[in-house]
Design a protein around this ligand. Structure first.
Ligand code: GLV
Length: 324
């Protein structure tokens, strides 16, 4: 009998069709597996799970997966998976690095441009019929040329954002668990700054690209927000809980910082009600990797790891397995 795979939500169809040539594949409906219990109830039937970042693959889920051999997350981030429980149960875990780097960096720049140049609010004004002639003092924003971009998390995506920012004439500072190679520092003219508070002090824009871990949860709190210059823009395309959303809403409403562009939220899909009303704030629904090209590549990479594990390939031959 062929192995069974659960894909928790519809993904790019060609990826599903391709897996169906060799395996039995069930595909959940949108949002069908957003709670632990919904996964616990069915996981016992499956050899492989291809979850979304919105699915909590907890210890209970993994323990209920008696036949489970691999969890291949449809995302580069994997904070929705209990890695320790997976390791204990001998279940392999994969993510999707590299393939979403460029699309995610594009979105971070898009948010930055939108906030800095007030594109979103200017459009709303025009659509409301308020544009009644060119205004010398209308919608004055921040020019990116010569501004200092602080990057928290100088991995693949942070580096790709820095490359784009260099093309816009920005100076690059970064904070990371460790320094990046001298070659990358040289290419980007990037300077390592520690601690994070010092980076905040020097950044006109602070863009977050770190994973969510115990160390980064609420890394951007009221103190860091107060440390940023009052014109500063915060961009978050990493994970919502890296920012204390209540503190950010306060900071935006009280003019502690100048604006924010957010693609991720602390309690997705809920958005802090005061953020919805905050000035100079552009909010998107976690779409950083949402291009057809990238989502196909994400699906294929996750499917590849599933194939590899189900076919018994050595872990060293499956490029996107996490080394637990
Ligand atoms: C998206 O947020 C991802 O982690 O791929």
């Amino acid at each position: 009998m062929s192995a069974c795979i659960l894909i928790t939500e519809p993904i790019i169809q060609s990826v599903i069709d391709d897996l169906r040539t060799d395996y039995k594949v069930d595909v959940g409906k949108r949002g069908q597996f957003n709670t632990e219990q919904q996964l616990v109830d069915v996981i016992g039937d499956y050899d492989a799970l291809l979850p979304m970042l919105s699915n909590p693959v907890t210890k209970n889920v993994i323990e209920a997966g008696e036949k489970l051999k691999i969890i291949a997350n449809h995302a580069v981030g994997y904070n929705n998976i209990d890695l320790e429980a997976a390791q204990k149960a001998g279940v392999k875990v994969a993510n999707t690095p590299d393939v979403l780097t460029e699309s995610s960096a594009d979105l971070a720049m898009g948010l930055l441009l939108s906030v800095a140049r007030k594109i979103d609010s200017a459009q709303a004004y025009l659509r409301k019929g308020q544009f009644n002639g060119w205004e010398p003092l209308g919608f004055l924003g921040m020019e990116l040329n010569r501004q200092t971009l602080g990057i928290l998390g100088m991995g693949r995506i942070g580096t790709a954002v820095a490359r784009r920012a260099r093309a816009f004439g920005m100076n690059i500072l970064y904070h990371n668990r460790s320094k990046v190679s001298a070659k990358i520092e040289q290419e980007l003219n990037a300077t390592y700054i520690s601690p994070l508070k010092k980076l905040a002090q020097k950044s006109d824009i602070l863009s977050l690209h770190c994973p969510l871990t115990d160390d980064t949860r609420h890394a951007i709190d009221a103190t860091i927000l107060k440390t940023l210059p009052d014109h500063a823009i915060l961009i978050n395309t990493s994970r919502g809980p890296v920012v204390d959303e209540t503190a950010l809403a306060d900071a935006l409403h009280n003019g502690v910082i100048g604006g924010a562009g957010l693609d991720v939220f602390e309690k997705e899909p809920d958005v802090h009600p005061r953020l919805l009303k905050a000035p100079n704030c552009v909010l998107t629904p976690h779409i950083a990797s949402a291009t057809t090209h990238t989502r196909k590549a994400i699906g294929e990479l996750a499917a590849n790891a599933i194939r590899g594990v189900l076919q018994g390939k050595p872990a060293s031959e499956i490029s996107n397995l996490l080394h637990l």
